[in-house]
Each structure stands twice: as C-alpha cells, then as structure tokens.
Write a protein that binds this ligand. Structure first.
Ligand code: UDP
Ligand code: MG
Length: 319
C-alpha cells in the first residue's frame, strides 16, 4: 500500500543522532493518521551512519534508505529522497533534530486545508552563533530583493510538499539546486507555519562554511540575474570616474601646474580600479557560465550505491 506520508531525511555522518532521531520519529508516527514511510538518504557518510541505517531498516519495515555513492551535498541528498518518496505528502527534515518532528502534525493540518506547499518558518533560533544568525538574516533579505520570485525569508528546507509538487520538482533537471527557491518557483498554494528551531541534538554541523557559502551563492545565481547588471553599473561608474578625472587633470594642468595630484599615484589608482572592475565582471560572468557548463554536461544528479526498502524500481540512472 502506498504510504500517505513520506519523511525524507538527509544524513551525513550523523552516527550520534540516528537512534535518538528514530525514537522521536517513532513517537511522531504513532500520532499520524496514515501509513508513513521514512526515507533515510545517506549522503556518502564516512562514519557508522549507514550501518545504523541498515540496522534500523532491518528492524522496522517502514524505513527505506538510499545510500549515495559519495557525498553529494544536502540539496542533492534531499533531491534523491524526493525521487523515491511515494507518499501523498512528503516532508523534508534535517536529521539533527533541529527541525522538531513534533511540528509535522501542524504542517499536515495545513496540507489538509488544501495547501500544497507548507513550509516551516523559524521564529527563534535556539543557541545559534551570532555570526550565523546575522548572516542568515541579511542573506535572506538580500536574496529577496534580488530574486525574480519572492522567496520567503527565514525558511529552510523543512517543509511539507504535496504529491503534485514533488512530481514537478522531480521533473526539474536543474543541477545547482536551491530547493527552497525551487519550492517557491513552482507556485501552487503555499503557506508558512512558524516554529522554533532547536539546537543541534549532538555532533558537529555538517554544513561547512564552504558548503554554506556555496548554497548561498546558488540561491542568488539560480534565481537572479541582478549580479550581471552589477558589471554594467560598475562599467558606467568607472566611465564616470574616468571622465571626472580627465576634466580635473586638465583643469590642474592648465590652472594649477604645481598641483601634487597629477602624478604616479593617480595613474596607479586608475589602473587598479579598472582592473578590479574588469575582474569582478569576468568573475560574475564566470559564475553563470560555470553553471551553464554544469547543466549542459547532463550528468545524473547523483549516483547511488545501495537502495533498500523500495518495491518500485530505480528511476534514476546509476541507482
Ligand atoms: N547534510 C547532508 N550532506 C552534507 C551536509 C549535511 O546530507 O553534505 C545533512 C545533515 O546530515 C543534516 C542536514 O543536512 O541532516 C543539515 O545539516 P547541518 O545540521 O550540518 O546544517 P545546519 O542545520 O547547521 O544548517
Ligand atoms: Mg542542523
């Protein structure tokens, strides 16, 4: 029988957490009004996570799992889970219990009211470092100004998606995935459910600063062409500055021949300024061209080394 609910959980080196996670989910599942499948996506973990997942799968037939052939990153891990989820409603949540499973019934309630995308919006982040809070606050607001669609602020990937939305997302071949953006892009009836984000249950964060910056840039470059305009504006700015300087220098030459401002330093500044403008522009172009390159190669989004608990066959190459 097809489950009503699928819970998709990306896992990367979370051995300290898995039993506690299963425990919390188990209690949650008992409260839900329909059959549930748990989809654990092992994102190429190097610790005992996969072993524990296998063990849990053996003990509980509601658990299915996919093990990716290497670490593909959180967004791709979630994508892989969405590919295999069969539920009428699919919930995405982090493994570290920062997204409290107890919020899921609230998401489901809204889904039953007819919303196809129910995303959890954090009101409070418990015990997160100031840098991350301020960074996230600013980032989401900048993204909202820049992007062509209105991506809601302070929402992560914790959400419930209706079957229809999952089908649409699965049909998107996009490689540089920014799921919270795509989720907004698809449309449908959407609603936010507020929640308090708990601290990580145990272990270190798996999102390194590098991965986080990569995710952030993906959000901007996949949903906005504004950075391309920056080069145009910089070009105009440097042209204006150059013109002003030309006029000034001419003025000094003619009327103040012993001015100190017309020497080597002026030239040096101008050269560096123009160099910077050009390099920034090339860099921005590069970001877009790099993404085009990634897309046209058409490689599969992920490769999968182990797949258990799914009775339907693999739909993704490499699996
Ligand atoms: N994760 C993953 N692949 C990665 C990094 C993270 O699947 O390459 C998972 C991780 O196991 C967790 C979720 O993504 O379930 C969120 O990661 P984390 O808690 O480190 O991020 P944060 O909550 O600090 O943003
Ligand atoms: Mg976390």
């Amino acid at each position: 029988m097809a489950p009503t609910y699928s819970l998709v959980i990306p896992i990367y080196n979370e051995e300290e957490i898995l039993y506690a996670l299963y425990d919390r989910l188990n209690r949650l599942m008992a409260r839900l009004d329909g059959p549930v499948e748990l989809i654990f996506v092992d994102d190429g973990s190097k610790d005992k996570s996969l072993k524990i997942i296998r063990e849990l799968h053996q003990a509980d037939s509601r658990i299915a799992y996919i093990s990716l052939a290497r670490n593909f990153g959180h967004q791709i891990a979630v994508t892989a889970g969405l590919h295999y989820a069969k539920g009428q409603a699919v919930v995405i949540l982090d493994a570290d219990l920062q997204d409290p499973p107890e919020v899921i019934p609230n998401l489901i309630a809204r889904w039953k009211e007819g919303f196809q995308v129910v995303y959890a919006k954090r009101t409070i982040r418990h015990k997160e470092v100031l840098f991350k809070r301020v960074g996230a606050y600013l980032y989401y607001r900048i993204l909202q100004r820049l992007s062509d669609i209105t991506i809601p602020t302070d929402t992560g990937d914790f959400c419930l998606l209706d079957r229809k939305v999952v089908e649409v997302l699965n049909a998107m071949p996009e490689r540089n995935r920014y799921i919270r953006g795509l989720r907004t892009w698809v449309g449908f009836r959407q609603v936010a459910v507020p929640f308090e984000r708990d601290p990580r249950f145990a272990g270190e964060r798996k999102y390194t600063l590098r991965k986080l910056i990569g995710l952030g840039l993906n959000g901007i470059f996949s949903f906005s062409r504004a950075p391309l305009k920056i080069s145009t504006y910089l070009g105009f700015l440097s042209a204006t500055v150059a013109l002003a300087m030309a006029i000034l220098i001419l003025y000094w030459r003619l009327f103040q021949p012993d001015s100190q401002f017309t020497g080597f330093a002026t030239i040096l500044i101008a050269v560096f300024f123009l160099g910077a403008v050009q390099l920034i522009s090339v860099g921005i172009l590069g970001e877009y061209i790099g993404r085009i390159y990634e897309e046209v190669k058409g490689r599969p989004l992920f490769t999968c080394k182990e797949l258990e608990g799914f009775d339907h066959l693999a739909r993704v190459p490499g699996a």
